[in-house]
Design a protein around this ligand. Structure first.
Ligand SMILES: Cc1cccc2c(=O)nc(N)[nH]c12
Ligand SMILES: [Zn+2]
Length: 376
């Protein structure tokens, strides 16, 4: 007899200024915030087994409606028990709703009031993704956190373009709320749009709160606006979001983006940067970025980061990592992905600890001092 799932929930445990330390409860376990969620687009975090991923400190994995509806289809995943069972990740899963990926990946796409019509980038087949269909797909995937179908307003946008795009996303959010199958341990998150316009971001946040969601994402950022503009948008958007619900900044970001956004009240993040960079020999460390193809590592016995406890840093040298990348060996991308994810999780754990201890301001200073330190 399965024990009944706990209710989906967020508990705020500590704050320092706008920074928050909390915990989210889902049917597949809890996760600590601020959280970095590892991107596992097509049901896999590229190159890593679930055990290796867990060892990096990951608690939440992201899947994508767009990719999984095309291949292997949500219906097949459902026949295999949902995404947790299919990919053997028995911990929280969040899925994005598909609209964002359609706009960045598919051919021949058309946005109408009904939804998004597009051609698959895999085989050219035609699809019609509506708010209702996106909810059905994420339900079939058994996603713990479902994202509403939205349009990520292209950047830059005029005020009118941003207003029209945001208001359609709000109408879609309403349809998603109605179509979402409410059940304990599962949540539906709204996504705030409005580009860089303070009045539109306020209107969007208030519209979503009127509908009511289990969490609120800030969308429409990480679209080329730059860190300064992104932080400005957060400064005038986050204050409109409920204190008792998680806030999720979509698609962000570099380590310094995470620290600055946590300082502005964000709880959850996702970004392909650590995994995509890891596959391309770009490492992240507390002292800044490192290019493992660089000749200076050719005969270097040291690990990537002697303070890191990940498998790459405890078992291998920089010389070996460089060799793997130069020789185009599969193990190179695997090891550097593991290291980058472990570094991101270490950064999040450090922020969680600092907020709980009331030392987040000092943490931020030390973070920026080391990043500027150079000589990694
Ligand atoms: C993944 C991602 C990054 C950046 C922005 C967005 C967005 O606005 N909406 C969705 N659904 N996803 C996003
Ligand atoms: Zn490491």
């Amino acid at each position: 007899m399965n024990t009944p799932a706990p209710k989906f929930g967020y508990e705020l445990k500590a704050t320092e200024g706008k920074a928050r330390r909390g915990e989210v409860t889902t049917a597949h376990g809890t996760f600590q915030t601020p959280a970095f969620m590892t991107v596992g687009t097509a049901g896999t975090v590229k190159g890593l087994t679930p055990d290796q991923l867990r060892l990096t400190g990951a608690e939440v994995v992201l899947g994508n409606t767009y990719h999984l509806m095309l291949r292997p289809t949500a219906e097949l995943v459902a026949r295999h028990g949902g995404l947790h069972k299919f990919m053997n990740w028995p911990h929280p899963i969040l899925t994005d709703s598909g609209g964002y990926q359609v706009m960045s990946l598919s051919g021949l796409r058309k946005i109408t009031e009904e939804g998004v019509k597009f051609q698959s980038h895999i085989d050219g087949s035609k699809h019609n993704l509506t708010p209702e269909r996106s909810m059905e797909i994420q339900d079939l995937l058994d996603s713990n956190i479902t994202m509403v179908l939205d349009e990520c307003t292209p950047y830059p946008a005029t005020h009118k373009e941003a207003a029209d795009s945001m208001r359609r996303s709000m109408r879609w959010a309403e349809r998603c709320r109605k179509a979402f199958r409410n059940r304990d341990g599962y949540g539906l998150f709204g996504i705030v749009q409005g580009s860089t316009y303070e009045d539109l971001r306020k209107e969007s946040a208030e519209a979503l709160i009127d509908i009511g969601f289990e969490g609120y994402a800030v969308g429409g950022l990480a679209v080329g606006e730059g860190q300064e503009v992104m932080f400005e948008v957060l400064d005038h958007t986050v204050p409109h979001l409920p204190e008792d619900k998680p806030r999720y900044l979509m698609g962000v970001g570099k380590p310094a983006d995470l620290v600055g956004a946590v300082a502005r009240g964000i709880d959850m993040f996702d970004c392909v940067l650590p995994t995509r960079s890891g596959r391309n020999a770009q490492g992240f460390t507390r002292r800044g970025a490192i290019n493992m193809r660089n000749k200076r590592h050719q005969d270097d016995h040291r690990p990537i980061d002697d303070q890191c406890s990940c498998m790459a840093c405890t078992q291998f040298s920089r010389a070996y990592l460089r060799h793997l990348f130069i020789a185009k060996e599969m193990l190179g991308p695997v090891l550097l992905t593991i290291h980058n994810l472990a570094y991101y999780q270490e950064l999040m754990a450090g922020m969680r600890e600092a907020i709980a201890a009331g030392t987040f301001a000092a943490f931020q200073e030390e973070f920026y001092r080391l990043q500027a330190g150079g000589d990694i």
